[in-house]
Design a protein around this ligand. Structure first.
Ligand code: PMP
Length: 366
């Protein structure tokens, strides 16, 4: 245990050395973290908010959330996770738009024009200095901001924004060759849209975390979460796909049946959407299905994989004790992994980190 913590500390220290955070908060003396009042490190961002908004780029140990911030107190906010690869921010527009949509569904007024927050994000990445052959990761967060100690959103002054630019390595590279095994969470369910809509990428991940804690003893890295009716929704931080290769599939791609849970019951992942498009372009029969059960993901002629921005496309070789196909990543999965990697390399699918402000605006259609 002690050595696991030591190695996590080492990993985080390495990460912190190559990370910056853009922070933006209303400036109220005695309430906002003092760093935000430092005129040499911060500037004012003009908004129609009642209080002055200050912003700056910091090292990770220079700035923190106010103890009164409702993001920390109540998980009251929303976030994104974005990949930087090949010198570009992959599908930046799609992620920014989802962040704004989550903000709207959370009833938080986003204080920045989309091109302004995009520009500041690029500036932050440039300060980190991620080489073209390195992968980076962005964690943009919006909270309802600092308020009193009660939950009343009406007592919050103005939103807090921060964007961490750093690196992430969710899975060791060899796992993309061998695949991983999944558990199934039994106690914890993915809430239906009537609770917190899974399409709000909210700061409240307690349920997802519980699903991992529940299955931790099995030593597996990810777990399937079910809807309250028992159908498969998604993994704790990734979407899930099952493949069934029907007879004759080698010569006829329409005989490759690909199914993923209905988007109402999971986060409509941006990697998920990309994979759906790439799989359709291959001629595979791709559909959403609201009634998938864990056993649909295993057995002969089956393949299975997860998708997510941090994970990319991760092959799955077993669900609990049931093997998927022959227990190794299958040919359709490998083909889609290759197609996804090609998409990430393509200059069409993102914004260069060194784009000018004019290019940012054009890219976002502003
Ligand atoms: N589901 C959940 C619950 C997630 O948190 C994520 C993001 N890690 C995903 C699915 C995958 O979404 P995306 O492809 O947009 O990263």
């Amino acid at each position: 245990m002690a050595s696991a913590i030591q190695s996590t500390i080492h990993e985080l220290s390495q990460m912190a050395r190559k990370a910056k955070v853009f922070a933006s908060m209303p400036w109220i003396e005695g309430l906002t973290p003092v760093m935000m009042g430092d005129a040499e490190r911060t500037t004012t961002y003009a908004t129609d908010e009642i209080v002055e908004r200050r912003e700056g780029i910091f090292n990770l140990d220079e700035i923190g959330l106010s103890p009164l911030d409702h993001g920390g107190l109540y998980g009251d906010g929303c976030f994104e996770g974005i990949l930087i690869a090949h010198g570009r921010v992959w599908l930046f527009k799609e992620h920014l738009e989802r962040w704004y949509r989550s903000a709207e569904m959370t009833h938080i007024d986003f204080p920045y024009a989309i091109e302004d927050i995009a520009w500041r994000t690029l500036e932050t990445i440039r300060r980190v200095g991620i080489a073209d052959d390195e992968q980076g990761y962005l964690r943009p967060v919006l909270t309802r901001g600092l308020g009193n100690l009660g939950i009343n959103p009406g007592k919050c002054i103005a939103p807090t924004i921060y964007v961490v630019a750093s690196t992430i390595a969710l899975y060791p590279p060899e796992k993309y060759e061998t695949g991983i095994e999944l558990s199934v969470a039994r106690q914890t369910r993915r809430p239906d849209p009537e609770f917190v809509d899974p399409n709000i990428k909210s700061l409240n991940y307690l349920n997802n975390i519980f699903s991992l804690i529940e299955t931790r003893d099995a030593g597996r890295l990810e777990t399937l979460m079910l809807t309250h009716k028992g159908y498969v929704a998604e993994a704790s931080a990734d979407n899930i796909f099952t493949i069934y290769r029907k007879e004759g599939w080698e010569n006829d791609p329409s005989k490759v049946e690909i199914r993923t849970p209905l988007g109402d019951y999971c986060l409509r992942g941006i990697t998920r959407n990309t994979i759906i498009d790439l799989a359709k372009a291959e001629g595979y029969d791709v559909r959403e299905d609201a009634h998938l059960i864990p056993l649909d993901f295993t057995g002969p002629e089956k393949e299975c994989f997860m998708t997510g921005t941090g994970a990319g496309l991760m092959p799955v070789t077993a669900v609990e004790c049931n093997q998927v196909g022959d227990g190794r990543p299958g040919p359709v999965t490998k083909n889609l992994l290759e197609k996804l990697r090609a998409n990430q390399r393509s200059t069409e699918s993102g914004l260069p980190v060194n784009a000018t402000f004019e290019e940012v605006k054009r890219y976002l259609g502003k």
